[in-house]
Ligand binder design. Structure first.
Ligand code: DSN
Length: 421
């Protein structure tokens, strides 16, 4: 084989059997398991095609029409389209589609308006927040004076009066709205009121609910927020990546913060895939999808409640159900493991005021975005709730686990995934 051309033509299966084989194994796992991780989804094949395209070969530092490389005409147009679509989809004055990941998007928004030592007020990680909302081991915890709000002990929902009182006392530069494990609708108008009253900038991290916002089944934070950050891979059903929306007055500073501030060359293949994702999320079918995601989470939650599970906050308004497993005498860690053996993928999650350590937890987070993408509806949610109940009622019983695994494989087969892949 000559060194250059032939090597470029090799398929993955021929070039690297080890990695190719593991990707095939993972494809099979995705096909036969019931995917309930609330931050995951199955992206359309069109998104994968863009993500896996020849755009990976191109460098294009800078912004459309101000790139630092030649040959950028086509990729500039792709980036412009992605920006236009993001702005239109969420009604934003400005979008930056270059951030590689959600934490980077948050970093971009924070760096645009905060200096080290400034105060940020965000949701506690163990009550629903995200690492990049102020965890001590995250850059946010190292750079900023982090003040936290949580949820009310009784209602397990955000107590906006208490949030306002913490904001008045701490005078934060930034208030962060948004969460990774919060099953209830967020009142962005109230967040903005509190931000305005205390002179803070409101940054909303809508990563989990972006698809619900695009589909019109959750209030849009954009009109209320100075900045909105998001990933694209969760309920929005796009590639792994992120974006930031902001008001016009922050646009130039945000763009400078992303590049050259915290990133170099943008991932053009990801930007193209984001553009496809924004297009698909603006189609009428996506509204139907988003509405079904919410209906499915509600159906899953109700079916689990009927089987004696306690739902944190008593229910769900979005794509997520957070189970308190304490009355079932099993930890989140053990539940995640046995459910995985039974063909149901979930993740352990702290519940508010959790007595267990973060690596163990008393909770389990479930999400409906991925199973809804497969076409599942309320009846399938009831079937999945029955399976979860059976497994968690007899976690040591291998026959139960095996039986459920086989039923979950049959259920998955009835909703085939990526038939043409
Ligand atoms: N790690 C993601 C989640 O699972 O919610 C958030 O970035």
């Amino acid at each position: 084989m000559s060194y250059s051309n032939e090597m470029l033509e090799l398929t993955l299966a021929r070039a690297d059997r080890e990695i190719s084989g593991l990707i095939d194994d993972e494809k099979e796992r995705q096909r036969v398991h019931i995917e309930l991780i609330a931050s995951e989804n199955f992206v359309p094949r069109a998104v994968m095609e863009a993500q896996g395209s020849i755009l990976t070969n191109k460098y294009a530092e800078g912004y459309p029409h101000k790139k630092y490389y030649g040959g950028c005409g086509f990729v500039e147009r792709i980036e412009e389209i992605a920006i236009e679509r993001a702005e239109k989809l969420f009604g934003a004055e400005h979008a930056n589609v270059q951030p590689h990941a959600g934490t980077t998007a948050n970093q971009a928004a924070y760096f645009t308006v905060m200096k080290p030592g400034d105060t940020m007020l965000a949701m506690k990680l163990d009550q629903g927040g995200h690492l990049s909302h102020g965890h001590p081991l995250n850059f946010t915890g190292m750079l900023y004076n982090v003040v936290s709000y949580g949820v009310d002990r009784d209602t397990e929902t955000i107590n906006y009066d208490e949030l306002a009182s913490i904001a008045r006392k701490s005078s934060p530069k930034v208030i962060v709205a948004g969460a990774s494990a919060y099953p209830r609708a967020i009142d962005f108008a109230r967040f903005r009121e509190i931000a305005d009253e205390t002179g803070a900038i409101l940054i909303t991290d809508m990563a989990h609910i972006a698809g619900l916002v695009a589909g019109g089944v959750h209030e849009n934070p954009t009109p209320h927020s100075h900045f909105v950050t998001s990933t694209t891979q969760k309920s929005l059903r796009g590639p792994r990546g992120a974006f930031v929306l902001c008001m016009k007055e922050y646009a130039a500073d945000l763009d400078r913060t992303v590049f050259p501030g915290i990133q170099g060359g943008p991932l053009l293949q990801a930007i193209a895939a984001k553009a496809v994702c924004f297009k698909l999320a603006g189609e009428p079918e996506f509204k139907i999808y988003a509405a079904q995601v919410v209906k499915n989470a509600a159906a899953l939650g109700l079916a689990l409640q009927a089987r004696g599970f306690r739902l944190v906050s008593g229910g769900t308004d979005n794509h997520m159900v957070l189970l308190d497993l304490r009355s079932r005498r099993i930890t989140g860690k053990a539940a995640e493991r046995v459910l995985e053996e039974a063909g149901i993928t979930t993740n352990k999650n702290a519940i508010p005021y959790d007595p267990e350590k973060p690596a163990v937890t008393s909770g389990l987070r479930l999400g409906s975005a991925a199973v809804t993408s497969r076409g599942m509806k309320e009846d399938e949610m009831k079937e999945i709730a029955r399976a979860i109940d059976e497994v968690l009622s007899s976690p040591e019983d291998a026959a139960t686990t095996r039986g459920v695994r086989s039923r979950m494989a049959d259920l998955s087969a009835a909703f085939p995934l990526y038939k043409s892949l």
